[in-house]
Design a protein around this ligand. Structure first.
Ligand code: FAD
Length: 339
């Protein structure tokens, strides 16, 4: 059982900044994210896109913003459960919560802050009858640990940047990499497409297009896939089948937690502290809704700050907290206390 003060669901920009604000109040945080890396939409959807509306950064790439937020919160030593989706929540008799993930990891905290953005990113899956039988037995929808593929035969399917980039990366790790795509044209960056063609010419990637995987075989784990190309079908031996068809966000199991939901977002008390209808559960960032809500990163930062102030009172009942500036060094005769 992982224990913390504030359990944050979602390690997007809002969740990461909440760690920093909580840290200033000496509150510990642990974050759960369905994705294998932090950063939420910024790292999953647009890491190379510049953002122009982060205060004091005239321009910053979304991926760099994630790195900076990680650097800023690192001093408060947050814990992470990555690559797992928060599935269930149980309120205990003492008012605390136990949140369990789809992999069975349990987390215990007096306060839960849902910073789930558009929801957890669920993989788009190919239509193969027995696909579910091989999940985590050779079928993976995202690559969390490239070393898993060392010396193995890997079939990757997809036509976007993930499929191209991982094929390129694994060509140096796996024994054999086969990239399969339904079309001859790829949707990814031109330089990645060119690199894949180079690796194909060098005999380091098998490129099979236009084709698709229509079946999986194996005794308890993936041993081969069936490929359909033109009117022919044939079998290809492999240890892993990795369909990388993109991820689509879904509010998912959080929608069944008894929270008030409006248009796929969680209603909160924005006049006070972004608490939901269940005391002790907050919703911050893109996942919440209230009159005038704007889905912007800087709004998530503000909401995270107010959430932490309110959570402090739940975690330290009756204890008075005096708001101070983070630094006052060099300001003579001022102790940092804000009136
Ligand atoms: P998210 O970034 O969505 O992160 C939420 C995280 O929660 C995700 O990682 C998800 O996997 C996780 N999660 C959800 N449910 C669960 C669960 N049950 N279990 C585990 N994990 C879960 N905003 C700006 O301010 N400026 C811009 O220029 C800008 N440009 C944008 C461009 C694009 C193309 C897009 C798509 C968005 C843009 N935005 C911009 C919006 C901005 O990205 C969002 O406002 C911001 O990402 C919200 O942050 P968040 O942390 O609230 O949520």
């Amino acid at each position: 059982m992982i224990k913390t003060d504030i359990l944050i669901i979602g390690a997007g920009p809002t969740g990461l900044f909440a760690v920093f604000e909580a840290g200033l109040l000496k509150l510990k945080c642990h974050l759960i994210d369905a994705l294998p890396q932090p950063g939420g939409q910024c790292s999953e959807l647009y890491p190379k896109k510049p953002i122009y509306d982060i205060p004091a950064y005239p321009e910053i790439l979304a991926g760099d913003l994630t790195d900076k937020l990680m650097e800023q919160c690192k001093q408060f030593e947050p814990g992470f459960t990555l690559g797992e989706r928060a599935d269930t929540i149980e309120k205990q008799d003492d008012g605390t919560f136990i949140v369990t993930t789809n992999k069975g990891t349990k987390h215990h905290a007096p306060v839960v802050a849902i910073a789930g953005g558009l929801g957890s990113f669920e993989p788009r899956k190919p239509l193969i009858d027995n696909l579910a039988d091989y999940e985590d037995k050779g079928v993976e929808y995202m690559i969390k640990e490239p070393e898993l593929y060392r010396g193995k035969k890997v079939v990757i399917a997809g036509g976007g940047d993930s499929a191209l980039d991982w094929s390129i990366f694994l060509s140096d790790v796996a024994e054999e990499v086969t990239l399969i795509h339904r079309r001859n044209e790829f949707r990814g960056h031109l330089d990645s497409v060119e690199k894949v063609q180079e690796l194909k010419s060098a005999g380091k990637i098998n490129l099979i297009t236009p084709a698709e995987v229509i079946g999986i075989e194996g005794d308890g784990k993936v041993e081969a896939v069936t490929i359909k190309q033109d009117a022919k079908t044939y079998k290809k031996e492999c240890d892993h089948f990795v369909p990388l068809f993109g991820l689509s966000p879904k509010l998912g199991p959080i929608a069944d937690w008894g929270l008030e939901i409006e248009k796929n977002a969680i209603k909160v008390n924005n006049a006070l502290d972004y608490q939901t209808n269940i005391p002790g559960i907050y919703a911050i960032g893109d996942v919440n809704t209230y009159p005038g809500k704007l889905k912007l990163i800087l709004c998530g930062f503000h909401e995270a700050t107010l959430m932490c102030q309110s959570a402090y009172q739940i975690i330290n009942p009756g204890k008075r907290y005096v708001l101070k500036y983070t630094t006052v060094a060099g300001v003579d005769g001022f102790d940092g206390t804000r009136k």
